[in-house]
Design a protein around this ligand. Structure first.
Ligand code: F6R
Length: 264
């Protein structure tokens, strides 16, 4: 796994945007996996600005989101479909027909929604670059601790901690769903590249467990240790509990030296 530690939140967004740009430059009709939450907001701002500067185009790109609340229609202000529209899709040149979320406004259809989502993923040829955040409890998507490491898209009951962490996005008194549909860990592991971004002290323990802890269903993000091409881009605060921090910085410096000598 590649661990990139940077000084500021803005650097996390820039490096992640560079990776998205490289992917789309390599293949204009790339299939991307996307996340919601607070962490990717700067990345999405950065992508919008690159589209405006014409450095990148999403015209041929297909996207699949990791997760969605069960029971919220796409036009609900707290749905992830609404979030994606507001923070990314309405601001870039993407074809909405090529954007997929596991939306399930009616709980009756959850099984069908999960099957259709996996089918659409297969039909697309699979995710080439998956963007991920991490929960304070180590979740990725809505794969909460004890999720099967081979799981595919399914319904998960959110932990109290996740409900609490996400309550900041809901107005007081507003009903907050406790069920989510999420790509499974097995689904995420099938992506060709995975890029996890994280910032702030609140993520430090989860990241230490994910990167250095044992592979365990208790920290779903630790499953990325099995991924053939996973990168973590994190800021100094989020890296504060990594015991091998000096080593990751040393690897980064060595790569820089090699690149500079190859250029010179
Ligand atoms: C949301 C998702 C979640 C978030 C995680 C961190 O689509 O995949 O796993 O990435 O809950 O959320 P923030 O970024 O709000 O701390």
């Amino acid at each position: 796994m590649e661990v990139i530690i940077v000084a500021r939140e803005e650097d996390v967004a820039k490096i992640a945007a560079d990776r998205v740009q490289q992917q789309i430059h390599q293949k204009r009709d790339s299939v991307l996996g996307l996340a919601t939450g607070g962490t990717p907001l700067r990345l999405y701002d950065e992508l919008e600005s690159r589209v405006q500067k014409k450095s990148i185009s999403f015209a041929a790109v297909t996207t699949f989101n990791l997760d969605e609340y069960v029971g919220l229609p796409p036009d609900h202000r707290q749905s992830y479909a609404y979030y994606m529209d507001k923070h990314l899709f309405s601001r870039i040149d993407i074809d909405r027909e090529k954007t997929f979320l596991p939306s399930c406004p009616d709980r009756k259809y959850v099984t069908r929604t999960c099957e259709d989502f996996e089918q659409a993923l297969r039909a697309s040829g699979g995710i080439e670059l998956q963007i991920l955040g991490i929960g304070t409890n180590g979740h990725i998507g809505f794969n909460e601790p004890t999720s099967s490491l081979r799981s595919s898209t399914r319904v998960k009951t959110l932990t109290k901690q996740t409900v609490r962490d996400n309550s900041r996005f809901f107005r007081s008194g507003e009903e907050q769903p406790s069920l989510g549909i999420t790509m499974g860990i097995g689904t995420i592991l099938k992506s060709k590249r995975a890029l996890l971004i994280a910032t702030g002290n609140g993520k430090a323990t989860a990241l230490a467990q994910a990167i250095e802890g044992p592979l365990s269903a208790m920290c779903p993000a630790s499953a990325l240790q099995l991924h053939p091409n996973a990168t973590f881009v994190i800021d100094i605060d989020a890296a504060s509990r990594l015991s091998q921090r000096a080593y990751y910085l040393w690897v980064m410096a060595s790569k820089d030296r090699l690149e500079r000598s190859a250029e010179g």
